[in-house]
Design a protein around this ligand. Structure first.
Ligand code: SAH
Ligand code: SF4
Length: 370
């Protein structure tokens, strides 16, 4: 029997729940703050080292709780400095996390689900199907582990390697709202990682009701996977579009942006050769986003085994970008990183035992013809 299996994992636990735990033990709630500083600011998981807690409290914590990130199966280091970890997710499954170092910052791309249900046509994660949501400990544990093993920036003890976190790994973060929002709060809270809310980005394919909730409950940067400028094409590429079509999604985006001053939305647009990459598509996209708080990030398609798509040639991507810029849209093209270790955007597949009997693309097709 695993000796820690029946212990409570405190990693990722919201401050309020930790306080309630201490109160239930007849202790003062402020111990939650002390504990959180040890876990997130100092990266300590050994209760014995938490010297500002009494010996008896440390002992009780030791006996009944753990601070445990998911186990690492493997680490791969790319020639360009990108690092990819495979984390154990039970029953032979695994999720992936990628660290992308750049001058002055270190971005961690984390997963929120084992697989994904949303079945986007061009995505390796979607092709694997879906098994389950990650827990809070498994989500925050990816950040905790990366900060633990990566060298500190400028060799300063206080400066963890991860300065930015993006929910662009496996899964749809807004489909695991219950665990993702507490994780977001820990990333931006002063007692957690204390990252600026501009340095924490949720990427979503457009679950409109939860997007509205997120706008009310959490102030983080938003990226939306648009990928097509009209419903027929988006229905094909991002099947959830049949439930939340382009106009409804964009309206939710403008509501999100309006809730905080100086918020904008980044629209991700994967460049698929001959599918969504013509100048006419660029004009249609610009018409949707013009004079709105919007930026565009073009993502050269990253191929994976079994896909029917290919990447748009560089000159086509450049032309598309120039056209959007002519329309006055701030547009960037994402540089592909870590593709030698299959760590580039959309290549994360991990290992997923699919539990989805009905594919979303087929289900929505049936809905449309019913
Ligand atoms: N589920 C969320 C976040 C994870 S995917 C979402 O869809 O936004 C992160 C980004 O990678 C999304 O914009 C997604 O559309 C994009 N992506 C997926 N597959 C890709 C591929 N093969 N090549 C390039 N980008 C891809
Ligand atoms: Fe899921 Fe995002 Fe991949 Fe679509 S692109 S299948 S929403 S992970």
């Amino acid at each position: 029997m695993d000796p820690v299996a029946d212990k409570l994992n405190l990693l990722g636990m919201p401050q309020g729940e930790l306080e309630a735990m201490f109160v239930a033990w007849g202790e003062k709630p402020f111990h939650a703050r002390q504990l959180m500083r040890w876990i997130y600011q100092r990266g300590v998981s050994d209760f014995e080292a938490m010297t500002d807690l009494s010996r008896s409290l440390r002992q009780r914590l030791q006996e009944t709780t753990v601070i445990e990130p998911p186990a690492v199966i493997s680490q791969h280091d790319s020639a360009d400095g990108t690092v990819k970890w495979l984390f154990e997710s039970g029953y032979g499954q695994a999720v992936e996390t990628v660290f992308i170092p750049e001058p002055g910052r270190g971005t961690l791309c984390i997963s929120s689900q084992v697989g994904c249900m949303l079945d986007c046509a061009f995505c390796a994660t979607g092709a694997q199907g879906f098994n389950r949501n990650l827990t809070k400990a498994e989500i925050i544990g990816q950040v905790w582990h990366a900060n633990q093993v990566l060298p500190r920036r400028d060799n300063d003890d206080a400066d963890f390697a991860v300065t930015n976190v993006v929910f662009m790994g496996m899964g749809e973060p807004l489909a695991n709202y219950r665990n993702v929002v507490p994780a977001l709060e820990l990333l931006i809270s002063d007692l957690g990682y204390g990252l600026s809310h501009r340095r924490v980005t949720v990427s979503t394919s457009g679950l409109v009701p939860n997007l509205d909730r997120l706008g009310d409950e959490c102030n983080v940067a938003l990226a939306v996977s648009l990928h097509a400028p009209n419903d027929p094409l988006r229905d094909e590429l991002v099947p959830i579009n049949k439930m939340h079509p382009v106009n409804a999604l964009l309206e939710a985006c403008w509501r999100y942006a309006a809730k905080r001053p100086s918020r904008h939305v980044t629209f991700e647009y994967v460049m698929l050769d001959g599918i969504n990459d013509s100048v006419a598509h660029a004009d249609e996209l610009a018409a949707l986003l013009k004079d709105r708080p919007a930026k565009v990030n073009l993502i050269p398609f990253n191929p994976f085994a079994g896909t029917r798509y290919t990447r748009s040639p560089d000159d086509v991507i450049e032309k598309f970008q120039d056209r959007l810029r002519e329309h006055g849209l701030v547009t960037t093209t994402r540089r592909t990183r870590g593709d030698d270790i299959s760590a580039a955007c959309g290549q994360l597949a991990g290992k997923v035992s699919d539990r989805v009997r009905n594919r979303l693309s087929q289900k929505t097709k049936r809905m449309a013809t019913a």
